[in-house]
Design a protein around this ligand. Structure first.
Ligand code: NAD
Length: 358
């Protein structure tokens, strides 16, 4: 099969880590008989420098014509003082909107060979942890009506609104159920239904939708405050978690911290079709750019997610994940995950080791 992938390298370490992912994808293509075609386009600071805008029209067109998109990261000191409208991050919001992506999926995976990197006690994480947070990305309080004012009774005040429609909840539930069908067939839906009306609708809708369309899936509810505690108390109990924009924002950062290594975590954004945007969760790390010390694994795992979730290439995704596991078990480490007694390698060497083990 032939797959057209747009690569948005971006800024800082973006080009280095994307090169690592491309190397691994080419190894997968060779082994499994697929042709991955890569088309590089500009986004973020480099696009501002060349075209004056963080998201050139040509980039949007290429992404919409592609089978899927791989992104490095955007931003850096050079563009920090530009007006908000032309900042590199604007490119990210723009491409998500243009591609109609309304979900963000972040697997917080702790590999058992990196259990020591977790801030949690070894006994809690020794067998590895994988918490997949499916976050609604385009609704809720971040996009609801808001305002501020002043009255003589209360003085200055401000307000934001959490509002969800059944359709918005159903479509994010579908994404979570699709993922869960390939895994434990269990989802935990996180809300604050003991207080919020919007959460009560969330809970009712998630259950009704899952029961009707995915009867094999078990849905468990968990209040958001309890979830925050459970993630640090017993992280191994989680698999797929579905939640609103604001709760997902907070819980996905908490879950990422449990793994203790930002250079190992990938994420994807999906909409109605199969095309998605796949990226590492970290930023452009301008402090280490150009030194070939950035860990490419997060981007390599983002590429693996693309194979499984956009192209349905489950075996190929598993081949990348087990190559990463093998390399870690053999003791190879980039600087950010270095441990006593391990063998330190550069970013490009790490990618080459993973590609060799495909
Ligand atoms: P960052 O994630 O870029 O870096 C935080 C720390 O982690 C740094 O010390 C960095 O060296 C390290 N780090 C990050 N990725 C690494 C990797 N793969 N290997 C080894 N070490 C790694 O976050 P920041 O410093 O807050 O932001 C830097 C720039 O990135 C800013 O301009 C910010 O706006 C941008 N940013 C972009 C995205 C994105 O493109 N999705 C996300 C977050 C931040």
């Amino acid at each position: 099969m032939n797959y057209n992938i747009v690569v948005l390298d971006g800024d800082g370490i973006g080009p280095e880590i994307c090169a690592g992912a491309i190397k691994v994808l080419n190894a997968v293509g060779k082994k499994f008989g697929h042709d991955f075609n890569f088309e590089h386009r500009l986004i973020g600071g480099c696009a501002i420098d060349k075209c004056g805008v963080p998201l050139p029209e040509e980039t949007v067109k290429a992404c919409l014509a592609s089978d899927s998109v791989l992104l490095g990261a955007v931003g850096g000191y050079k563009w920090d003082n530009l007006p908000v409208d032309v900042r590199p991050e604007k490119g990210l919001l723009g491409i998500r909107k243009a591609m109609g992506l309304y979900s963000n999926i972040r697997p917080a995976k702790l590999w058992s060979s990196l259990a020591n990197a977790s801030p949690l006690k070894y006994e809690l994480v020794k067998d590895g942890v994988e918490i997949i947070i499916v976050r609604e990305l385009t609704g809720g309080i971040y996009f609801g009506e808001r305002g501020k004012g002043f009255d003589t009774m209360s003085g200055e005040y401000a307000w934001d609104t959490e509002k969800y429609s059944v359709a918005e909840i159903e479509r994010i539930t579908r994404i979570a159920c699709e993922l869960a069908m390939k895994r434990s067939k269990k989802i935990i839906s996180v809300d604050k239904a003991n207080v919020l009306e919007s959460s009560r609708l969330w809970r009712k809708t998630v259950h009704a939708y899952a029961q009707k369309h995915y009867p094999e899936i078990t849905v468990e509810d968990m209040l958001v405050d309890n979830t925050a505690m459970q993630i640090v108390k017993n992280p191994a109990q989680f698999d797929v978690v579905v939640t609103s924009n604001i709760f997902g924002d907070i819980l996905s950062d908490e879950a990422a911290q449990v793994t203790g290594s930002i250079g190992m975590l990938a994420s994807s954004s999906l909409g109605d079709g199969t095309r998605g945007l796949y990226e590492p969760i970290h930023g452009s790390a301008p402090d280490i750019a150009g030194k070939d010390i950035a860990n490419p694994v997060a981007t390599i795992l983002a590429a693996a997610m693309m194979l499984r979730d956009s192209f349905g290439l489950t075996k190929e995704c598993a081949a990348i994940e087990s190559a990463v596991q093998k390399v870690l078990e053999e003791g190879w480490r980039t600087a950010d995950i270095m441990q006593d007694g391990a063998k330190k390698v550069k970013g490009s060497e790490m990618a080459a080791l993973i590609a060799e083990r495909i």
